[in-house]
Design a protein around this ligand. Sequence first.
Ligand code: MLT
Ligand code: MN
Ligand code: ZN
Length: 306
Amino acid sequence: MKIRVLGSAAGGGFPQWNCNCRNCSGVRNGTLRARPRTQSSVIVSGRDERQWALVNASPDILAQLQANPVLQPARAPRDTAISGIVLVDGQIDHTTGLFMLRESTRPLSIWCTDSVYADLTRGNPVFGILAHYCGVQRRGMTPDGSEFAVDGVSGVQWRALAVAGKPAPYSPNRESPVPGDNVALVIGDDGTGRTAVYVPGLAAMEPTLWRALQAAACVLVDGTFWSDDEMIRLGLSHKRARDIGHLPQSGPGGMLEWLDKLPAGTRRILIHVNNTNPILDEGSPEHAELTRRGIEVAWDGLEIEL
Ligand code: MLT
Ligand code: MN
Ligand code: ZN
């Protein structure tokens, strides 16, 4: 099984179009040691490397497809290696790319929970719009750890676990979140029995997810913010990381403390990194601290083989 990172940044990307924070202006004018990153998405393949599951459809999907020729196998006048699409939530950064796939010659097969289905048919009716183009074949995904398979992606088993998070502002569940607004994906290789956990949005650690992380060979976890008040300190927002559904890395109970408690052999990767996060600066003390702790920062094009 292979997991390839298409986009390692959070919503907005890096640099973000209108942002002049230290990171964004530094990467724009070349004074910062950092790589630009597109918005949040990964792909997964099993035994057949010509068939991939697209996990989240980012606003940057067209650039991501161009950067990853493996997704264009060119076996027919119209062709794609994307066999199915799995969504972890109904947020803009994970769903806007669906519009860009409207030329598909068959309905898009999309695995999502009932609450994400509600977001995408009521709050932001992407699926209704796509019905006028290629259409959507919605596939059920329950956030209780039941196994499912993505057609075409053979040798890979999937499980979705509800995690604490925040549904999108347009979600019918915005003020009263329900299990399934945000999920972690446990992605397992049939052959090796090894699993990876992909959880780009996570507000708090809960026992079920923690057990899955401890059992995994590789974890790709919410790397949005370094500190809870990061956006407030920079004068960019009044909201704390935890208020918008993201557990910060530093501080008591933060992601670094959790990652330190994983078994020694677990590969630890931060993903969905916001452009304000100091870990994007490869010369920063925060980046050095990650290196010291054996934690990686995902980058676009990173490939993991399990
Ligand atoms: C999030 O992860 O909190 C959202 O994707 C934010 C956004 O809308 O960009
Ligand atoms: Mn996001
Ligand atoms: Zn910025």
